[in-house]
Design a protein around this ligand. Structure first.
Ligand code: ADP
Ligand code: ZN
Ligand code: ZN
Length: 731
């Protein structure tokens, strides 16, 4: 009999331990596979952590354990889900992040292989069936049969469904002249691209590559201004690793940037490329994943979760736009792709290359300390100038256009000229929707989300009010729910409003809009980007989605409609975020041969994040922001950890939070600053009350052991769930 230690599919701190089951059948269960089990009278999926052969009887085991041990219901996999590297990575990440192992398994594996019940209904392997010639002796065959054999021989093999002559086929199969071969089908269709030879590298690019190759360091940070040719460096280095028989893992921050990167790679390498992101169908993801696991792809391009791709023999891992927050998963398991990249690179003896025009302060500070090896590209390709920028003070009414409270004279005039020259403009407003508030003029009622109690945004396209926090939506009926008045006013503006303003002020302009609303339809992003690149429109309006990465040769004007939106968020990262967003957005202007121009509209024209962004001066911004962080004892001067306590009973949640705070204070003493209990921004979630604790600290090892002990002591309570977020972004 086999005794199994099984992790169950629920990723809760209190259930984060192996449960015992037995298997009395005659198959051999291998650790690392899934089984169907009964837990609390429900059928769920478990993951076998360990298998112990035993001669004991069930009765003996029951006696020993003190409960009635159950038999598993079914074996799901025959071979382990993870290879050896990923199996050991699982241990490493779950202890580093103090997160339930099962949550990492669920993050690492595609939906069809995930240890969760829903995976059992997910699509499995699909096959294509082919005929191949096994014996080409033509004697005793009819002419028709010979014709078919020759056809198959010429083609190598042919798809079964393309052969209509069933009669001849059966005969040939029976006689052993042809055989049926089945092969796994790849449901994701990747187009063929013509090879494009690489451009001659610039001297700057060459010296970056030489320095990279000449060093044995593990992690490199390439700080290169927008348009300095960082992508070309990724491609050149990839080529080098592929030639050595190594594989390359290329991460991009978001789905909208995958098509462009994939295209770059497809043009350059005929080598097999796999693509991994969450908008592939489960079937497509499954195929891509298995193809990678079989060692059939040398390049993987994907978003955050692709960092877990079962790619063998890695030589290089690249994180493009490394500062982007999407690399940090802000739900369980709270991991950062950069950390995982480094763990995996160590295992493979590979290198990690981080690239950005505006590195995260954490990475740049590690660069200063030589923990990461700094590489620089200070100039744009062909010495193309950085855009000329202008900051417009929107507090001064004289600067504002008479016909529109949203546009300044300067921006309206610049738009006008850009359109007249048949060039393109990008307008950035980091807020989707039409207006940010709907208020009743009669009684002052503000339309707020019933769950989050924050103001809802009005979306004109579908006449809905939407909560941007929790995705709650309701139609705008036109009257106040409190007093019934229909005198409602809409204030504040977002992308939809800008689009309408452009249509009003520039009737001949053709606009496209890209934000997470227009991107709800998953095929839309690449279409919009393609359409804009093909000049089917001359104005692109969007949120941060359009600021990053894209290379549109004809864009000569970038307008930041309101630079202050990010700055007013209550976070120590707000200046950094605003700086990055503005710098990246400005960087979309004047990338080819025409000079670029950018206008920044703001109510805080002398804020350092705005002035340094206007000058595209990352280094100055970095110095200033480091001073601020030092004063406030925030990263990179301190590390953060966020702890959330979640439970049905608010009183118990509060009491426990106090206990945990006391525990932490007692064990950290002067080694950590414990802040809390605090009530989070969203204090109530799906029937559960939330409280939080934040800790600032400098000694990671010490913190790790204190947190581990805390988890042992409080993590298994049935009254609440304990979530630990190492290096949180939004806390
Ligand atoms: P970044 O990622 O640094 O913003 P890109 O890699 O997108 O910059 O490069 C900017 C532009 O310069 C692109 O159009 C790219 O094709 C072009 N480019 C890059 N390297 C070279 C080179 N060595 N010679 C000519 N053009 C180049
Ligand atoms: Zn009212
Ligand atoms: Zn809400």
């Amino acid at each position: 009999m086999q005794l199994l230690e099984v992790l169950i599919e629920y990723a809760q701190s209190s259930l984060n331990r192996p449960f015992s089951y037995v298997y009395q059948g005659d198959k051999i269960i291998i650790k690392g596979t899934r089984v169907l089990i009964t837990f609390n009278n429900r059928d769920i999926v478990g993951y076998v952590l360990n298998v112990i052969d035993t001669n004991k009887t069930i009765a003996q085991l029951n006696e020993e354990m003190g409960f009635e041990i159950q038999e598993i219901k079914k074996l799901i996999d025959e071979s382990p889900l993870l290879n050896e590297e990923l199996f050991s990575l699982l241990d490493e990440v779950s202890s580093y992040y103090l997160a339930p192992k099962i949550s990492f398994l669920q993050a690492m594996l595609p939906p069809s292989l995930s240890p969760r019940k829903s995976a059992l209904k997910a699509p499995g392997i699909a096959f294509d069936y082919y005929y191949e010639v096994a014996n080409d002796d033509e004697s005793n065959l009819t002419n028709k049969q010979i014709e078919l054999i020759r056809l198959i021989k010429n083609e190598g093999r042919i798809l079964k469904r393309n052969v209509s002559k069933a009669k001849y086929v059966m005969n040939l199969l029976d006689k052993g002249h042809i055989v049926e071969v089945k092969e796994e089908k790849r449901r994701l269709k990747i187009p063929n691209y013509k090879y494009e030879a690489p451009p001659a590298l610039s001297d700057d690019q060459k010296s970056v590559i030489n320095e990279f190759n000449g060093s044995k360091d593990l992690v490199y940070l390439l700080e290169g201004v927008t348009g300095s040719g960082k992508t070309e460096i990724y491609l050149a280095l990839s080529e080098q690793y592929l030639k050595q028989g190594k594989s390359v893992l290329m991460l991009v921050p978001e789905i909208s940037l995958t098509p462009m990167m994939v295209e770059y790679f497809l043009h350059r390498f005929s080598t097999h490329i796999a693509i991994l992101h969450s908008e592939l169908t489960p079937a497509e993801r499954y195929d891509e994943y298995r193809k990678i696991a079989r060692g059939e792809c040398q390049i993987v391009v994907g978003v955050r979760s692709a960092i877990f791709a079962p790619l063998p023999n890695i030589g290089l891992i690249v994180l493009d736009e490394e500062h982007t927050e999407t690399y940090k998963q802000d739900t369980l398991p709270f991991y950062h792709a950069r950390d995982i990249a480094i763990m995996r690179a160590k295992y493979h003896g590979a290198k990690v290359l981080l690239g950005s025009a505006t590195p995260s302060l954490e990475s740049r500070a590690r660069g200063s300390k030589k923990v990461y090896h700094m590489l620089y590209l200070n100039k744009r390709i062909n010495n193309q100038k950085l855009p000329t920028t202008k900051i417009v003070n929107m507090r001064d009414y004289k600067n504002i256009d008479r016909d529109s409270y949203i546009f300044s004279h300067a921006l309206r005039e610049a738009m006008h000229q850009t359109l007249a020259k048949n060039e393109q403009a990008i307008l950035l407003i980091n807020r989707r929707g039409f207006s940010t508030n709907v208020t009743c003029r009669s009684c002052g009622y503000v339309f707020t989300c019933p769950t989050c109690k924050i103001a809802m945004t009005y979306h004109k396209t579908d006449n809905m009010l939407k909560c941007h926090h929790c995705d709650y939506v309701e139609p705008l009926t036109g009257s106040c729910p409190t007093c019934g008045s229909s005198y409602l006013i809409k204030t504040g503006f977002g992308t939809e409003k800008i689009e309408e303003e452009i249509e009003r002020l520039f009737p001949s302009a053709k606009t496209l809009r890209l934000d997470s609303d227009s991107a709800k339809n998953k095929n839309k992003i690449p279409l919009v980007i393609e359409a804009f690149r093909n000049k089917e429109a001359n104005v692109l309006i969007g949120t941060q989605m359009i600021a990053k990465g894209h290379d549109f040769p004809d864009v000569t004007l970038v307008g930041i409609v309101l630079a202050d939106i990010g700055l007013s968020m209550p976070s120590f990262r707000s200046s950094e975020r605003a700086f990055q967003l503005i710098t990246q957005a400005i960087g979309r202007s004047g990338r080819k041969d025409k000079p670029g121009y950018a206008i920044i509209q703001t109510y805080q024209p002398s804020h350092y994040a705005i002035t340094f962004a206007a000058r595209q001066d990352y280094e100055q911004f970095y110095r200033k922001e480091m001073e601020m962080r030092k004063l406030q004892f925030y990263p990179p001067y301190a590390f953060l950890v966020g702890i959330t306590i979640k439970g049905k009973n608010e009183k118990k949640v509060i009491e426990s939070t106090y206990q945990i705070v006391d525990y932490l204070n007692e064990h950290l003493q002067e080694n950590g600053l414990v802040l809390g209990p605090a009530t989070p921004y969203v204090p109530y979630e799906r029937g559960l009350f939330l409280r939080s604790i934040q800790i600032k600290y400098t000694n990671r090892e010490l913190m790790q052991s204190v947190l581990q002990n805390m988890q042992q002591l409080y993590g298994y309570s049935s009254h609440f769930d304990l979530l630990i977020n190492i290096d949180p972004y939004n806390f």
